[in-house]
Design a binder for this molecule. Sequence first.
Ligand code: ADP
Ligand code: MG
Length: 705
Amino acid sequence: MNDREGADIVANPCELFGENVFDDSVMQKRLPKETYKALKRTTEEGRSLDPAVAGVVANAMKDWAIEKGATHYTHWFQPMTGVTAEKHDAFISPKADGKVLLEFSGKELVRGEPDASSFPSGGLRATFEARGYTAWDPTSFAFIKEGTLCIPTAFCSYGGQALDKKTPLLRSMQALNKQAVRILKLFGNNDVKRVVPTVGPEQEYFLVDKDMYRQRPDLMTTGRTLYGAKPPKGQELDDHYFGVIKPRVQAFMKELNVELWKLGVLCKTEHNEVAPAQHEMAPIFSTVNIATDHNQLTMDIMKRVADRHNLVCLLHEKPFGGVNGSGKHNNYALSTDTGVNLLDPGDTPSENAQFLLFLSAIIASVDDYQDLMRISVASAANDHRLGANEAPPAIVSIFLGDELNAIIESIVKAAKYESHERDQMKLGVHILPKFPKDSTDRNRTSPFAFTGNKFEFRSLGSSQSISGPNVVLNTAIADTLQKMADQLEAADDLTSAVDALIRKTLSDHMRIIFNGNGYDASWVVEAEKRGLLNLRTTVDALPYYLKKKNLDLFERQKVFTNEEVKSRYEIHLENYVKVIDIEALSMVDIARHLILPAAIAYSKEVAKEVELKKAVCPTLSVEVEADLLTAISDQMSKLYKATAAVEKALSDIPRDADALKQAQDTRDKVIAAMNDLRTAGDTLETLVGKKYWPMPTYQDLLMSV
Ligand code: ADP
Ligand code: MG
């Protein structure tokens, strides 16, 4: 065991919280009043920053960071690799006397030029400028991590094309803000200046013992096990979910909390998840760009803290076949700068109408852009989960819960009688019956569920950035709100126009609402009847990126140009192919260098036993040994052939073909061959003596902590 068993960690969140963050209170203390005010204006009103102001801020940041022991700074950004990137520069600058002084200029704060040529750009940089630059996002606080001052930045090409996950997110927030404020003005909320999406991402992960991890080349190279027979006890008993947390995990969680609190991350809830060795951490929600930065930081710190406890934190969506994988729940709502949650039904008729308008806008957006929602959670890794009865199906639908659903249905029905039952219309939507927040039952099978005052998008993979799904939500909702605002601003009688719009929107989009069991096979049939998309794999989903309606949406809302969408499409396809290539090659390698030799060694031992028996007493039965040898030999031959089949599938892919064709072949041919190889490998595991097996088993890994 290690000596960091947690007892020595003093955790007073009030003292620790934000200790390593250059946050508002630090700025207030350390910046001259004028500078502080100018910076505030920049962040709150989205103005551009005066270079003189940047210089003063940079200097204050540097002094603060150095007092905290930092020696380096970095522009911390989120390229399309999905993880964060940083290149560290020391603060030092040479002096004439041969010594150094510590410097950090406004220019260095505001703009960086990482040598970015090896980050994925989907062809964007080739056609424009070879290099990209990073630009400070002053709405997200700088922080110190492991002795380095990290400055959250966006990453763009010189032509201004987004090369990262932050730029489109900021653009989509702007689009949504603009349209939501227009709607709120119509309802008389003239004090509202800004609307922001709020997000609380619940993060799932596995912890395994580091020594065991090191004996699993598949985990080390690909983040998931490529072989592994099912253990006798998996998650069948459901005894792990919310179970007592083991001391070693407790110590990890305690230190994780402390580290994240210091970084200003509001981690709040922690518990065991369904699978053995699986856990979850949920923070308190925050503005979506901060939540995105913090979730990236959380994943990074989880890995670092695990390492200090001789553990490894697995963030992969499917580390173990046959055992539930990990996801991320993206809790989403819209909040005004006056502190109102627009997805809270409210108490007065006017609040009710406003709530119903935003609700119907979200319903319409999710229906119209089901394909983009699906794409936003698509990856080779997440394909293992969606639709596999452990995570929502690949079909996008909305769960409202019985009570809200009944309300919506009555609104839609009233619309039908509108012409002859005028009274009903007047009574209509403005008075919502009160329904308690927690009355929405927990439908874990729905991809997008209303949970009282927010939506929970449940299809996200555990390792992905939450940026993509939120870009889609923000953009689609902005677009729907824009159409609504255009219509309502032109109306003579606002009240009846709002009524009519809510009714029409809901009736047009009822098909997306599904309150039943999403794991049920009948839902697939029903969804097809409703005309909903069922994009089973990443490769099925990605081509929808390029549909005209989607290109137009992103362009209209100024979130992505057509070129930017195309570059992202290419990057996702290439990534899919690369991930599976690496997995396939690792499988072949493990089969040849670990599994076959183990099977041979064990067979030899069994054969020796036959000889021995014969020598001692020729009439002794060797039936068991003979059977075993035959079974092992059969599987060895299957394994051997399957390795060749995987290699052939890989080499058959036309590498000069377009990315879609390569991805399709990878899905249809390589994955099938990998599955056969795994079956042979896993069967051998059940036949070969434990002592001879070259890797820790599922049982070893899942019960290791
Ligand atoms: P659970 O789903 O486990 O019952 P909660 O519903 O309290 O827990 O919250 C789950 C997540 O939703 C938390 O991260 C929480 O901060 C977040 N959340 C709560 N309210 C909002 C909101 N208005 N906007 C975004 N996220 C929210
Ligand atoms: Mg939840």
